[in-house]
Design a protein around this ligand. Structure first.
Ligand SMILES: [Zn+2]
Length: 156
């Protein structure tokens, strides 16, 4: 199929993990990478929408304090994770560093940035506490991040 994740067997993965989902070289030679940042086990678990929404806001803002190469951090519709899109080459270890630093900031945050009707499309649909809980659970399992598949491999 055309979409990379439609060719991924979601029964074979073991969340939490970080997985290179796409790498595009642009005509001028610049590279863009897209990482699958999976919080919840597909078809078993998911994050609630307010948790996802607040994680999205917090990560979008805080990650840019650690890197000027973040293009986007956006939720998956299945509510099990996010896509992190970065400018330039990034190893999965680089991404783990950025995700780790950013989620540590999320855990220390005192508010969800831009959670209001001026800066957001559903300013009431947020939970700082829920986002922080999800961030701490993800951080606590850091040694599992580079193992994508249940059989212990990093590639299908
Ligand atoms: Zn929003």
């Amino acid at each position: 199929m055309n979409v990379e994740s439609f060719n991924l067997d979601h029964r074979a993965v073991a969340a939490p993990y970080l997985r290179l989902a796409d790498r595009k070289q642009l005509p001028a030679g610049d590279v863009i990478v897209k990482y699958d940042v999976r919080f919840a086990q597909p078809n078993v678990d998911h994050l609630e929408m307010p948790v996802i929404h607040s994680l999205e806001h917090l990560f979008a803002e805080k990650s840019r304090e650690h890197s000027d190469r973040v293009i986007d951090f956006s939720p998956m519709g299945c509510q099990t994770g996010f896509y992190l899109i970065l400018q330039g080459e990034h190893t999965v270890e680089d991404v783990a560093e950025l995700v780790g630093e950013t989620l540590a900031d999320v855990a220390d945050a005192t508010e969800v940035p831009a959670a209001n009707e001026v800066q957001c499309g559903w300013g009431a649909n947020h939970t700082l506490e829920g986002a922080q809980q999800a961030a701490l659970v993800f951080l606590a399992r850091r040694e599992e991040w580079l193992t994508v598949f249940a059989d212990g491999s990093t590639e299908a």
